[in-house]
Design a protein around this ligand. Structure first.
Ligand SMILES: NC(=O)c1ccc[n+]([C@@H]2O[C@H](COP(=O)([O-])OP(=O)(O)OC[C@H]3O[C@@H](n4cnc5c(N)ncnc54)[C@H](OP(=O)(O)O)[C@@H]3O)[C@@H](O)[C@H]2O)c1
Length: 321
């Protein structure tokens, strides 16, 4: 099974990682512990050794706790990434606190919830507008020095913020959003990360299921479905995105792959991308997504995808970086 080096570290990760946000049960529907534990248990056989969670995935760290329950004695076979600096307020509002004190406390709590004495990769979840970024980064550098954390990353940062962060703490990974429809990072963050050997571990490769090709054009979103609030899932944007998915369906069917597998394979072979974080709440989704590993789209298929993206209005920049 293919493994890729994380930054300049010795950590070797699968290019498809399991995103453990859906199993926190906060925005995904139909989540239950039995399916979540089975999803985690299916990882190694499917070729996945890279898990992505966060201090705030679940009101009480449900996602981290599920990982501890599922992994047990197999913990060392996994690379576990978690994040600090965001938590939930009393009304369920998302709050920043990336002060050194909060980052240290959350790191200790994450270690406890995960039932481990080291975190492979700890990200700053997002810059805190009330705390100088250098202070947050300095605290992460101290956590690295203690050995509680093996590598540090930064998520939801601009290039200027990433550079500022890296000046105060060695950075091994950057975690932005990236998918066929959201490619802003190709202009600046991707070239910088390639130049500095920082891994790009990207979220939303399937754009919350939109690019998995299983939502019908006339799908009506449940009011409790967190996706309904995103413009991509509404009105004309939704119709145009469904046109793209139709084109991807033809490419996938000719390639004898599913739409999700084609989309993830495209993502993990883009320049600079080390891994794609694919959220899943059931083993069948995990296995399907892992089916994007260990093969490559042909030049012809890539050209067809470029055409479909151009028709959707996405600039084609296959060789941009
Ligand atoms: N750093 C950050 O700020 C940040 C932000 C967002 C996400 N993340 C990370 O990135 C991960 C991925 O993001 P995400 O989970 O929000 O979105 P995602 O990976 O784009 O989509 C996940 C959803 O897509 C659907 N799905 C997944 N595989 C599928 C398949 N094979 N067939 C059909 N549907 C499928 C499932 O939804 P349904 O079954 O409900 O349809 C699943 O809950 C997260 O889990 C998290 O680890 C990080």
């Amino acid at each position: 099974m293919e493994r890729r080096r994380l930054g300049k570290t010795d950590l070797q990760v699968s290019p498809v990682a399991l995103g453990c946000w859906p199993m926190a049960g906060m925005t995904s529907l139909g989540v239950n512990d039995t399916d979540s534990l089975a999803t985690l248990a299916a990882c190694l056989d499917a070729g996945i050794n890279f898990l992505d969670t966060a201090y705030n995935y679940g009101p009480h760290g449900e996602s981290e706790r599920l990982i501890a329950r599922a992994l047990g004695s197999k913990r060392d076979q996994f690379v576990i990434a978690t994040k600090g600096g965001l938590h939930w307020g009393p009304q369920g509002e998302r709050l920043h606190d990336a002060s050194p004190r909060a980052l240290r406390r959350e790191c200790d709590e994450s270690l406890q919830r995960l039932g481990t004495d080291y975190i492979d990769l700890l990200y700053l979840h997002a810059p805190d507008p009330a705390v100088p970024l250098g202070e947050s980064a300095g605290a992460m550098a101290e956590l690295l020095a203690t050995g509680k954390v093996r590598a540090v990353g930064a998520s939801n940062v601009s290039l200027a913020q990433l550079i500022e962060f890296a000046a105060a703490c060695p950075v091994s990974a950057c975690q932005p959003k990236y998918n066929m429809l959201q490619r802003e990072i190709e202009a600046d963050i991707v070239p910088w990360c390639i130049q500095h050997q920082v891994s790009l571990v990207v979220y939303w490769p399937l754009m919350k299921g939109l690019l998995a090709g299983k939502l019908a054009r006339d799908h009506v979103f449940d009011a409790a479905d967190g996706r309904a609030k995103y413009p991509m899932f509404q009105g004309t944007e939704w119709q145009k995105n469904q046109d793209l998915v139709d084109a991807l369906r033809s490419i996938a069917s000719a390639a004898k792959r599913t739409v999700a597998q084609v989309v993830i394979n495209w993502t993990i072979h883009r320049p600079g991308i080390t891994a794609a974080l694919c959220g899943a709440k059931r083993p069948d989704q995990l296995r399907e997504n892992a089916g994007a590993l260990d093969w490559r789209l042909t030049e012809q298929q890539l050209a067809e995808i470029d055409q479909a993206l151009a028709a959707r209005g996405q600039a084609v920049s296959r060789n941009a970086v």
